[in-house]
Design a protein around this ligand. Structure first.
Ligand SMILES: Cc1cc2nc3c(=O)[nH]c(=O)nc-3n(C[C@H](O)[C@H](O)[C@H](O)COP(=O)(O)O)c2cc1C
Length: 209
């Protein structure tokens, strides 16, 4: 079967892309409004970019009315954010923060989540998250216009909080202890517990985790 994306409606293209480009990590992004009200929302169009400078990206797409999501509005006004990672234990809470609340209403309160102060940026982090990555805004790159268009938010990583409880005896992150969820198509998710190892060929990049 061949899908011609030049003829597909954006909604159908979205369905095929999100069911095939999997699994996607989830950035659970906290921001604040200019008057200091916190906001929290999940984004699975999310990835690291590079380590020099340490950078990541996530993509708030435009709303069904073509407008900006609260997260983007906040970042444009207060150019700092925290990417919290989502373990299985917080999956339901993460999902509840995707509810479209009125601007200025806190998803921390809505989901019963405690905020914790960040070290270098103003938005709070999710206290219960095993990893929280503090970022300042590098730039926003707009892709397309109207409903479903993307706004690639590129962030400069300035600090990372890592819970001791997810570290192994070697001091590295143990993926089974981290137990993150990743997004598949629709309402489906998976967990990062099914781990296997492949040694890399000799040579190549010096940057290996
Ligand atoms: C697991 C998950 C992943 C999501 N990924 C995205 C995404 O990558 N981009 C996006 O615009 N919305 C995504 N959403 C929907 C937003 O979370 C939702 O629109 C939210 O209300 C936006 O909040 P805000 O208006 O406070 O920024 C996702 C929702 C869930 C549950």
């Amino acid at each position: 079967m061949l899908l011609d994306f030049e003829k597909l409606a954006p909604r159908d293209g979205y369905a095929w892309m999100t069911q095939t480009i999997t699994p996607r990590p989830i950035a659970w992004v906290s921001t604040i409004s200019p008057d200091g009200k916190p906001n929290l929302a999940p984004f699975s169009f999310f990835q690291g970019v590079c380590s020099n400078p340490p950078s990541l990206l996530f993509v708030p797409t435009n709303n069904r009315d073509g407008g900006k999501k609260d997260t983007l509005r906040n970042i444009e006004a207060v150019p700092e954010f925290v990417v919290n990672l989502v373990p299985f234990a917080l999956a339901e809470a993460m999902n509840s923060t995707s509810a479209p609340l009125p601007y200025g209403e806190s998803e921390f309160t809505h989901a019963g989540l405690a905020p914790a102060p960040s070290a270098k940026v103003r938005p709070p982090r999710v206290a219960a998250a095993p990893v929280s990555i503090e970022c300042t805004l590098d730039r926003v790159v707009n892709v397309g216009s109207g409903v479903g268009a993307g706004n690639i938010v590129i962030g400069r990583v300035v600090a990372m909080h890592v819970a001791e409880s997810v570290l192994g005896a070697d001091g590295k992150v143990d993926p089974k202890k981290l137990d993150l969820v990743a997004r598949l198509g629709g309402d489906l998710y998976m967990r990062t517990g099914d781990v296997f190892k492949i040694e890399r060929p000799a040579g190549g990049s010096a940057l290996r985790g």
